[in-house]
Structures are given as C-alpha cells and as structure tokens.
Design a protein around this ligand. Structure first.
Ligand SMILES: [Zn+2]
Ligand SMILES: [Zn+2]
Length: 115
C-alpha cells in the first residue's frame, strides 16, 4: 500500500516526454509522471511501458497522468486509482505535443504496436 512517502509535491516533472524513450529515440502513446521523483515515463499501452518499469525498479508506486485534462493517480502496488494531492507544475505535457508522440518518431502503423 502506498502512503504519503510515495509523493513529493515539490518535485517538478522531469520533462515533456518519456525519459527513456527520449534517450533511445523511441515514441510513446500516453505519459505518466512519477509522484515521488518526477520521472516522466510512457504508459502501459506504449511499446516500452517505461512508467511501470520505473515504478518497479525505483520502488516508486504512484504515478499521475501527464496528459492534458487528466488528474488521476494510479497505484501500481494495488492496481487501483489513488486520491493524490496537487503536484508541482506543469501538470501535463505541452498541449501542442502530439499524441502519440513525439513529433517525427511515431511510425505510421503505431496502433499495431500498442499493448
Ligand atoms: Zn518510454
Ligand atoms: Zn520515481
């Protein structure tokens, strides 16, 4: 079960895209933000599922959606939504950033690559 130690409301997100996909030249569908360290990773529908991998490898169980208009948290230890507090801005990736993203790296048959 996650608790307040899994959240740091003072840490800003790591950037506007998935950390690992950006480093590797990959692409993502939706983005999730670690509520503890700010790591931005790709969702479980994305090819590489970096957000949940980060949760396991770093033992940071809570993420918040990093999509515009979404404010829910997810707890990977219970696989349930979580009622979290306000985090440091920005709360989502830039609204002009495409979904899937990033621009120029998404294959034309991207839907076939989703989980
Ligand atoms: Zn990723
Ligand atoms: Zn983290």
């Amino acid at each position: 079960m996650s608790d307040a130690a899994s959240i740091d409301t003072t840490v800003p997100p790591s950037g506007s895209g998935c950390v690992e996909c950006t480093a590797a030249g990959g692409w993502w569908f939706h983005l999730r933000r670690c509520a503890q360290c700010g790591h931005v990773g790709c969702c479980d529908s994305s090819p590489s599922q970096h957000a949940s991998r980060h949760a396991v490898s770093s033992d940071h169980p809570l993420v918040r959606s990093f999509e515009p208009g979404e404010d829910w948290f997810w707890d990977y230890t219970t696989n349930e939504y979580y009622d979290g507090p306000a985090l440091a801005a920005p709360l989502h990736h830039p609204v002009d950033q495409p979904v899937p993203g990033p621009s120029g790296r998404v294959p034309s048959d991207w839907e076939r690559h989703l989980h």
